[in-house]
Design a protein around this ligand. Structure first.
Ligand code: ADP
Ligand code: ZN
Length: 606
């Protein structure tokens, strides 16, 4: 096997050129340097350590926190003809011995280990007898208590520096804000290494946010219009909602499964496996699902409930479109969620300083939901990155939002909250504004106050949108005592005095969402990147062939070829082995293994 990175890229992985930073990182690692590498999901982190491991002498040791992740990565490497194995607690003792023997005899290019396994004295001793090319520490944010996936064992990885002083160490992660970044460098002792940061933008993901009224209906329309036959993830907050939503999607004619921490382990495992190995499954899940799901062709991530923060949103939506093909992030948000999260923050036992941070995070999230600017710009700014121009691939760019002068409406809303003694939530206050004399309202005597019935110029939905935006602007604060009531924010005064104008976004309230009538016969839509039906049919045929091969080998289809390779195959229709070898994603091993059978499918089709 050749040792030049560029040749490995072509011969093993079948790619012509490096993605951003990959080349530089690989050169640095091949030369023996340490590094912390921050790249978004789908940025191409794996090659940053896989190629140096193949280029340098000896075996590369990859630390990874999740068994499922290791398995898929190793499977994909084996498909490429790379000698890789897994070592973790899921293996039988016999298998473990077998892998350890291979390791000691120098028969492996890469070995993926759990931190627990790596840190046993026995294994560390074995490693000292091996020729090592490098250590790669994947999901390195697990070392930080600030991060959301803290793993105490990761802390002990600091021993690597002392015990294997001359072996390069590469730490990789897709999520590391300032404090986490510092933590990783300190705890893994990477001060002398280089820091590589690539931008966090995910240009292939289209961001859309809708209001939560009628959210199931809107979700259905979103899937039917854009994602029939695609794999996707739908996140919900509670287990009960997860199960109900999945059941409902099945009734609507979709292939759907569910996943949450309350299920027994086998069932969870089975569902996750199906999601990886079959095509077109919609996984409805709590956030327990996702970390370590390396499936490259998740075409959409939908949130039926508000995520915890913008970080979580970025992370969860980031699971869409790892393969770089067109994908979507969709979120339905409403005031109920804001009340729920506020309540959660206020009723927790956390210190006031912690609560303050959490409130700021919620504000940032609401600001993002209610923005009239390009969503991508707002999202990236939160991560201290500047996108100079609006992206053209989010809802606010594609359908610019109209704003209206809502000063009077705001005064009415705020004053109604004040006159009802800052105790009630949106539904009640809106009823008062609309002049609905419900029993509760008359009991409280609120049909007698001056703001009763002064808001009839807007519908209930319009008022809800106004209240959402007032909360996002912190003119109204939600739920200090856990009852979902509003109180006035400190910045209200100038508005009451008429000294400040309030501009709010005009939501498209009246849009009725039409549904396709026959819900059982869902037409497969044209693949986002294919623009004629001939290519599309061939693509589907190739996909079916891939699924069959994957089934025989009991591996996920994407380890055979990614969708992007099949799309290219359908468009260019190679007729010879040489032409087939030019496809992106076809290296030597895959050429030998699969060219014949795929060429036959293409020939028969033409
Ligand atoms: P990450 O681990 O950063 O999420 P991966 O390493 O899984 O990203 O890579 C994301 C996708 O990009 C994969 O489909 C991978 O095959 C592809 N990829 C990586 N590097 C290149 C490259 N140089 N050229 C083309 N495709 C690449
Ligand atoms: Zn945009």
């Amino acid at each position: 096997m050749t040792k030049i990175p560029k040749e490995i890229l072509k011969n093993v992985f079948g790619f012509d050129s490096f993605k951003t930073l990959q080349g530089e990182i690989i050169d640095h690692a091949v030369a023996g340097g340490d590094a912390l590498i921050l790249m978004p999901t789908g940025g191409g982190k794996s090659l940053c350590y896989q190629i140096p491991a193949l280029s340098r002498e000896g075996v590369g040791v990859v630390v990874s926190p999740l068994i499922a992740l290791m398995r898929d990565q190793v499977e994909a490497l084996n498909q490429l003809g790379v000698r890789a194995e897994v070592l973790n607690s899921s293996l039988t003792p016999i298998k473990i011995r077998e892998v350890e023997q291979k390791l000691l005899k120098g028969l492996l290019d890469l070995v993926y280990v759990s931190p627990e396994k790596l840190l046993t004295e026995g294994f560390l001793n074995q490693l000292s007898q091996c020729k090592l090319s490098l250590f790669a520490i994947d999901e390195a944010h697990c070392v930080s208590q600030w991060g959301h996936d803290f793993r105490p064992e990761y802390l002990k990885l600091s021993v690597l520096k002392n015990r294997f002083a001359n072996i390069p160490r590469l730490a990789l992660t897709a999520t590391a804000d300032g404090p986490t970044r510092k933590d990783i460098i300190e705890r893994l002792d990477l001060k002398e290494g280089r820091l590589f940061i690539s931008g966090f933008d995910r240009p292939n993901i289209k961001y859309t946010i809708v209001s939560k009224d009628n959210s199931k209906h809107k979700l259905l329309k979103f899937i039917e219009d854009n994602h029939v036959g695609d794999s996707g993830i739908v996140y919900c907050l509670s287990r009960a909602r997860v199960e109900a939503t999945s059941k409902w999607l099945m009734e609507e004619g979709f292939k759907s499964l569910h996943y949450h921490a309350g299920m027994d382990k086998t069932q969870r495992q089975t569902n996750q496996d199906k999601f990886l190995k079959e095509e077109g499954i919609i996984m409805v899940a709590t956030i327990a699902f996702g970390m370590g799901i390396d499936k490259p062709d998740v075409r959409f991530v939908a949130h039926l409930d508000l995520p915890k923060s913008l970080e979580s949103y970025y992370q969860e939506t980031g699971r869409a479109g790892r393969d770089g093909l067109k994908s979507a992030a969709w979120l339905a948000y409403g005031l109920e969620d804001v009340a729920k999260i506020s309540n959660f923050i206020e009723s927790s036992n956390a210190q006031e300083s912690q609560k303050r941070i959490e409130r700021q995070k919620l504000d940032a999230l609401l600001g993002y939901c209610e923005t009239t600017r390009c969503r991508r710009q707002v999202l990236l700014e939160y991560f201290d990155e500047k996108l100079p121009d609006p992206c053209g691939n989010c809802d606010t760019c594609l359908e610019p939002v109209n704003c209206f002068d809502a000063t009077v409406a705001t005064q009415k809303a705020l004053s109604c909250v004040y006159r009802t003694e800052e105790r009630f939530g949106a539904s009640y206050v809106i009823d008062v504004l609309l002049g609905n004399d419900t029993e509760r309202i008359t009991n409280f005597g609120h049909d007698k106050i001056s703001t009763f019935g002064v808001g009839k110029e807007y519908s209930r939905d319009q008022w809800r949108s106004i209240f959402r935006q007032l909360v996002a602007k912190r003119l109204l604060l939600v739920d200090i005592e856990g009852h979902g009531g509003y109180r006035l924010g400190e910045n209200c005064k100038p508005i009451f005095r008429g000294e400040e104008t309030v501009l709010l976004r005009e939501d498209s309230f009246s849009k009725k969402t039409g549904r396709s009538k026959d819900k059982k016969t869902k037409r497969q839509k044209t693949h986002a990147t294919l623009n004629n039906t001939e290519d599309e049919t061939l693509f589907q045929t190739l996909r079916a062939h891939r699924l069959e091969l994957a089934g025989e080998q009991k591996v996920p289809p994407f380890v055979i070829f990614h969708d992007s390779t099949l799309v290219e195959m359908a468009q260019t229709r190679p007729a010879t082995i040489t032409e087939f070898g030019q496809l992106s994603g076809v290296g030597k091993a895959k050429l030998e293994r699969y060219a014949d059978s795929f060429l036959t499918v293409i020939k028969n089709y033409s």
